[in-house]
Ligand binder design. Sequence first.
Ligand code: FES
Length: 354
Amino acid sequence: MHTTVKKSPLNVLLNAVLEPRDADFWLQKINPLWSVEQALGKIVHKDQTAQDTLSFTLQVNKHFQMGEAGQHHPVFVVVNGVRYERTYSLSKIDDKHVLLTVKKVVGGKVSTWLLEQAQVGDILELGQPFGEMTLPKTTAPLVLLAAGSGITPMYSLLQNLVQTQQITDQNVTLLYWVKTQADAAFVQQFQAWSAQYSNFKFQLLCTQEAPQAARLNAEHLALVDHLEQATVYACGPSGFAKQAEQVFSQAQLIQTEAFSMSAESSAEAGFVNVTLTQSNKVVTIPKGQSILVSLEQQNIKPKHGCRMGICNKCACNKAEGSTKNIINGAQNAEPGNLLKICVNSAQSDLIIDL
Ligand code: FES
């Protein structure tokens, strides 16, 4: 979707004489949300939604393009003078406001800054939406599997189903894994929807609190009706996404997103050499670990965005070598392939155009 934004006379004038960044400097003296071309959001409210989890209400400017429910947006913040990009799923509140929900990640610079430092009135830069886990066009049963922060796109999908009343025509099941009740976000809302709409089934599964629930496994298939006709969406750490792909393989369609690469993905032993043709370097990285993470550990900073295999910003050409997708296990040994380095690990020596 492409929208044309009409420029104000002040914008036109500033644009004619200044670079966008300089024009923004002056515009933001008048209103911090004004910009020649950048999508910005001002924090107008923050609220604790679960343990270590805050929801921010952002007032957005006219350059912001709301994604479809279930999509993600890049969010850029500057921490100690360094600009970081992270990916979050936003939910629409109204035409001028969106909800950004952030769970603290241990050691995570951006989530820690947002939870501990960000204040009402602060401005965040936002990017274009991306992601394919949007509402299916059919009314076939929909199964949503979420673990931890993987709940945010599911919340946005459900909110849309409720707003459009599609939830009255479609069987929807949400299974939500957390460590403890205190870690669960939006639970009251999910319970209210399941009380109101007979088509919506919701189950919270706590893995570290009585009654203790098991991690996702084949027994959970019993909680889902008509799996062969169902669309299944799963979002969580890579180990969860991988398990969902295996357990729900009989579904009509399964789509997964992983927001972090679990440690179990890096269980493979050994090292391989990666030749970076553009920077004329050869580096040795461990097998089994995300190539992006491995290169970053060697102080190489490849271009990237979501780190989840969705936005394509990290994709580069692989001239030679064998790789394995960390989420679904798919191997690729063909030469001349586009490779997303954030979700692939090296299985052999590689030559890539970085
Ligand atoms: S960083 Fe988005 S696909 Fe790799």
